[in-house]
Design a protein around this ligand. Sequence first.
Ligand code: ZN
Length: 539
Amino acid sequence: MRITCIGGVRTVTGTCFLCRHGRISFLVDCGMFQGGRDAEKRNRARFPFDPAGISAVLLTHAHIDHSGLLPRLVKEGFRGKIYATAATVDLCGIMLPDSGHIQQMEAEWQTRKNQRLGQRPVEPLYTVEDAQRTEPFFEPVRYEEPFQPFEGLTCCFRDAGHILGSAFLEIAFQSGQGEKRILFSGDLGHPGQFIVRDPSPPGRADFVFIESTYGNRCHRPMDETLEELAQILQEAARTGGKVIIPAFAVERTQELLHALHKLQAEGRAPALPTWVDSPLAISATDIFRKHPECFDEETLALLATGENPLETASLRFARTAEESQALNEMEGPLIVISASGMCDAGRIKHHLKHNLWKPGNHVVIIGYQAKGTLGRELVDGAQKVRIFREDVSVKAKIHTLGGFSAHADQPGLLDWIGRIPNGPSRLFVVHGEEPISMEFASKLKERFASAVEVPSPLEEIRLAEPAYPERAAPLPERDRALQESARQLLNRLQALSDRIAEKDWESDPVQRHHVEKQLRKLRRYAEKLERAVSGGASG
Ligand code: ZN
């Protein structure tokens, strides 16, 4: 089994692993890069594989940084199955079209800007229709039920306790040294999170790809976080301030509603008028109601008493743009929950623009803010931020509440790995900002006997030889040099592909098609060459 880390290594977004086993190629996740200009470029760069040659995608959960490039994959020729849990399939059914909508809006905005400068229009990365065309490829599978996407590979999703439908993935395959098992953690939840169950314990595994978003942190206990939130709400009630909460439409918004429900029920916080201003969050809340099989015992018990944990005393939903705009005129105290969670897109940007500069207001950050996002600037204490090409000074109070995190913290991650029977032989630290992944890797080395690595983007990892000899003997020095040359050739083709993608082809789209076709051919030859000099299986 050979695994190439396409994205989501030494960074927290763009998660995608290309796995090759004999003649079969499949992906684990196909995520979008988020945050900053570089992200846009990486999302548009040519895939370092042929989408038509991918037999399946195994999707751990619906978050866009794990699923967001699926529409592009389908658009460029993928025709296999996308395996995911039923709740993930339902969530992707709303999240991918929503992402397509955002891509279209951004392309339109950029096009208008370009036209004023006499430049060419911008094509969206993908559209709502492209996203809808992805739907027929989904294949729902159940938690804990092993399935075989192809012969020789047995997979199983288990609950990752991160968001509704989230899973970690176990893959068993035959190698020359008997059956081997790989574990992809996906995003692992934080035990004690509202609504979803705690992460299931992992089974036996030889190789583990472990996320490290919060690999250097300890979250505050949930009850302290709730107390902090209660105090913010009390202060807003006293002073008439607005409480703006950027929240991922999926999971964070529903957990927040659950938390508000709990604080109000226990008399710890005033029942302020609460607006959920995110059409996606509204649809997601409906999907949550459809999937009680994913709920933890506390949530099921509440439901059994007839209470709805996703409702608060004065909850309203802003569906239309007009309703959303009307919130700007309303007097506080009130709570506005809006997406995106990292403040880099969507309606939250309008609320921040209208409310950040007023001293009596509050912004409550409850989720992870990636580098380069507006949310991250606020967390880092920016005095002034730029929103819709305008400078806005930050006078509202910015609060960061750790306890709501949907990611396990360092003790949580260490505990989970410690439960793998016999311990894995190799651990790969992924899905974290580089310094954090490095720090977590040294922690793992102290704690476990396994070999620990932090892979680089596009690095190929060889895990175990297949049952048939993929490589007869260790490569002699001369052959290794040859193999290295072949890899360099592939890297140069990738660089060429990036430059072709950036070139202005406006006047000659036919030529572009021709050049891209030639490049695809070259890449196929180069890949064959690389396999041949590495002594790999042909095909
Ligand atoms: Zn996630």
